[in-house]
Write a protein that binds this ligand. Structure first.
Ligand SMILES: *Cc1c(COP(=O)(O)O)cnc(C)c1O
Length: 399
């Protein structure tokens, strides 16, 4: 094999399974030094060899940067899509997607349990620019059909498992109904991650991520992504990505790529720990209800078992007995589960959605009950996690 053969023969061309793709997709060693890890290109601009003589197509880092390209190839590969785009945040990705798909007067159909910030963007930001929306119970396929038949719609926004109530909707069934009406199906895959669920293979048109969560995986970077197959839509998204400019910076892209390499193994452990915790909470006398798609009695369990593989994820919601006051006491008494917004990192976090992540949807159809607590179950020892919850639940009932 000659040197030049070697240079174009990438490890990623020789791997197919997900566990290998997370490590190798887009990650070509540096051709100059042989560095195994692709360099972090902290540069805003690129020297040209004469006018228009771009090296590798790079001219300015808002338009493209090699570190971001490496991440975008990795993102596309792990979601099984042709195109990946990386953004400064999940909401920046959603903003570009929605403004590309919708024009004033167009309507989007949204699930009634979704990330509060997504709903705020649709209802309060884009609503001001003439975008209309309808909220439906997205787990009820018949209700979605009625909402789509009620009038023209351009997009259907699906989040499964949903934030924060872990509701499950049937991606393949929804895609079939939506496509019959010429409606684009968007799936926010932040909670499952492609390690457990691949929406494009189930019929979705576009996958959205807050890479801040499981993909980054270490609570050290904010980012977002879009992955899709349609060449024409990808072209329009790339246009607004560059024209509006909410791209991920090289360091953020590099950190996200590094996080993704351990995604497969992290999701396995997140799911194992969360399953144990959900089963523990279900038996606990101080707990009124538990939401986790891995529990056989969860209303979406069968669909989740069909459309997810390798586990049900690391997110668990529950309501302690005693209403909001008890929930607040639990929230203030855990120690390993630190009280903070966000999710998907290696460390366990606890959130009170009604007053924290979902405060912005209070008073809307997406309002979250005030007695619900959301756990982002980390990959620490499950024994330490259980001991922490046991202590906090004991104190909640005493108070
Ligand atoms: C956090 C989150 C978002 C928003 O992403 P940011 O990176 O915070 O902008 C969107 N959807 C879901 C499900 C999320 O959890």
């Amino acid at each position: 094999m000659t040197t030049s053969d070697h240079g174009s023969d990438h490890v990623s061309d020789h791997v197919e399974s997900f566990d290998s793709l997370v490590i190798h997709a887009g990650q070509h060693f540096d051709p100059i030094t042989g560095a195994v890890v692709p360099p972090l290109h902290l540069t805003s601009t690129f020297v040209q060899d004469g006018l228009g003589g771009l090296r590798g197509g790079y001219e300015y880092s808002r338009s493209a940067n090699p570190t971001r390209t490496a991440l975008e190839q990795q993102l596309a590969a792990i979601e099984g899509g042709r195109h990946g785009l990386s953004f400064a945040s999940g909401l920046a990705a959603e903003d570009v997607l929605l403004r590309t798909l919708l024009r004033p007067g167009d309507r989007i159909v949204v699930g009634n349990d979704a990330y509060g910030g997504s709903y705020r963007l649709i209802a309060r930001v884009l609503g001001e620019w003439g975008i209309e929306h309808t909220v439906v119970d997205i787990t009820d396929t018949a209700a979605v059909r009625v909402a789509l038949e009620a009038g023209p719609a351009k997009a259907l926004w699906v989040e499964t498992p949903s934030n924060p109530l872990l509701n499950i909707s049937d991606i393949a069934a929804l895609a079939e109904i939506a496509h019959a009406h010429g409606v684009t199906v968007v799936v926010d895959n932040t909670f499952a991650s492609p390690a457990l669920q691949r929406p494009l293979a189930l019929g979705a048109d576009v996958v959205v991520h807050s890479t801040t969560k499981y993909l980054g995986g270490h609570s050290d970077v904010v980012g977002g992504a879009l992955v899709l197959n349609d060449d024409e839509l990808a072209e329009r998204l790339r246009f607004l990505h560059n024209a509006a400019g909410a791209v991920s910076g090289p360091l953020d892209a590099w950190l996200t790529t590094r996080g993704i390499k351990t995604l497969a193994i992290r999701m396995q452990r997140h799911s194992e720990n969360a399953q144990r915790i959900a089963e523990y909470l279900r038996e606990h006398p101080a707990v009124a209800s538990v939401h986790y798609p891995g529990l056989a009695e969860h209303p979406g369990h069968e669909i989740a078992a069909r459309q997810m593989s390798g586990g049900f994820g690391g997110m668990v919601s529950f309501a302690p007995k005693g209403g909001e006051a008890a929930a607040r006491r639990v929230a203030e008494n855990t120690r390993l589960f630190q009280l903070a917004e966000s999710l998907g990192g290696v460390e366990s976090l606890l959130n009170h959605p009604a007053s924290m992540t979902h405060a912005s949807v209070s008073g809307t159809q997406l309002e979250v009950p005030a007695d619900v607590l959301r756990l982002s179950v980390g990959i620490e020892s499950v024994d330490d996690q259980l001991a922490d919850l046991e202590r906090a639940l004991g104190q909640a009932t005493v108070g």
